[in-house]
Write a protein that binds this ligand. Structure first.
Ligand SMILES: C[S@@+](CC[C@H](N)C(=O)[O-])C[C@H]1O[C@@H](n2cnc3c(N)ncnc32)[C@H](O)[C@@H]1O
Length: 305
């Protein structure tokens, strides 16, 4: 790991986000192999650097303070331990703080556990959603986490429903609405299992113009276990059944074990099972700061029927 590879990665990002970055200050600065720095992920979160490694040791390059960076935190990429990042140097960020992405504010926390409040790899989809959602559209954001997708849809005057198993994340999501001048009481929030709620909406006759499906690879709820490989088509079917006649679906997954072709096939199966037809299928790429493995699969699906 050398200073020159880090400089190259920084130059690449400053051409993407500008050196003072007033509209986006949260992005991936190093993406492992993609930046010739295997095993190292570095996210720039405002003036904080968050380094993630699979190794048990922090590369020497990150052990001493650097100009322009106020603090460095380190996270071990360990799916079993899932620990919160550890402070290494600089001013501790003990309170939640805001970052900005394409002019939208999101609250982050380095104390909240393994995830910090935003998935930076979904930036392109959030940006697309901002343009896709229309005033008055009803948009359902399943697995909403901190409601990042809901906030951008609401900024386009859509009426959003955020659905998540966790009340803590839904409450965090309400703060994200407030951070962008939107009164959360103008939006809807449902706590519970995504499939159960979509079946309930179907029975109630509730329909949405657009639905976002971005589940974790694996999850457990009172209703049982969910896995992308086993259940994604069921999710798509349940969503397709409650989408307005000319509506859309954003189907996305970060399951690294699933190929793009297999993912598309699960989505197509789900649409058929939901008795709908696809009029257009548009894949989106990962944001340009994600230079490594293209693990994120995203399909915008236009439906009819
Ligand atoms: C990977 S995050 C989703 C990220 C989110 N789509 C975003 O772009 O920020 C996973 C979220 O799914 C929620 N979750 C997990 N299993 C769920 C289920 N069966 N039904 C609803 N939400 C679930 C978790 O509580 C967590 O907030």
């Amino acid at each position: 790991m050398t200073e020159s590879s880090l400089t190259r990665a920084q130059e690449k990002r400053s051409s993407l986000f500008g050196s003072t970055s007033s509209t986006t200050n949260a992005f991936r600065l190093i993406d492992g192999e993609g930046d010739q720095l295997p095993g190292i992920i570095l996210d720039c979160l405002d003036t904080v650097w968050l380094v993630s490694t699979r190794d048990r040791s922090l590369p020497r390059l990150f052990t001493t303070p650097r100009p322009g960076v106020t603090a460095l935190y380190w996270k071990r990429l360990d799916q079993d331990q899932k620990e919160a990042p550890q402070w290494i140097w600089g001013e501790k960020r003990e309170a939640p703080f805001l970052v900005i992405e394409n002019g939208v504010h999101f609250e982050l926390s380095l104390q909240a556990g393994y995830s910090q409040g935003i998935f930076l790899d979904q930036r392109e989809n959030r940006s697309r959603l901002r343009h896709r959602a229309r005033p008055g559209d009803r948009v359902l954001n399943t697995f909403s986490y901190t409601c990042a997708f809901s906030v951008v849809a609401a900024l386009s005057q859509a009426v959003t429903t955020s659905l998540d198993l966790s009340n803590t994340y839904l409450t965090w999501g309400k703060r994200n609405f407030q951070a962008n001048g939107i009164d959360p009481s103008s939006q809807y929030f449902c706590k519970g299992d995504a499939l159960t709620w979509m079946h309930r909406f179907a029975k109630q006759g509730r329909r949405f113009h657009g639905i976002i499906l971005d589940p974790p690879t694996f999850s457990r709820s009172r209703e049982g276990t969910f896995s992308v490989r086993k259940d994604y088509h069921r999710l798509v079917a349940a969503a397709a059944a409650i989408i307005e006649p000319e509506g859309w679906l954003l189907a996305t997954s970060n399951d690294r074990g699933l190929t793009h072709a297999r993912f598309e096939s699960l989505v197509r199966q789900g649409v058929i099972k939901g008795r709908r037809q696809i009029t257009k299928l548009t894949p989106t790429s990962m944001p340009p700061d994600f230079t490594g493995e293209p693990y994120l699969k995203s399909l915008w699906v236009d439906l009819r029927g």
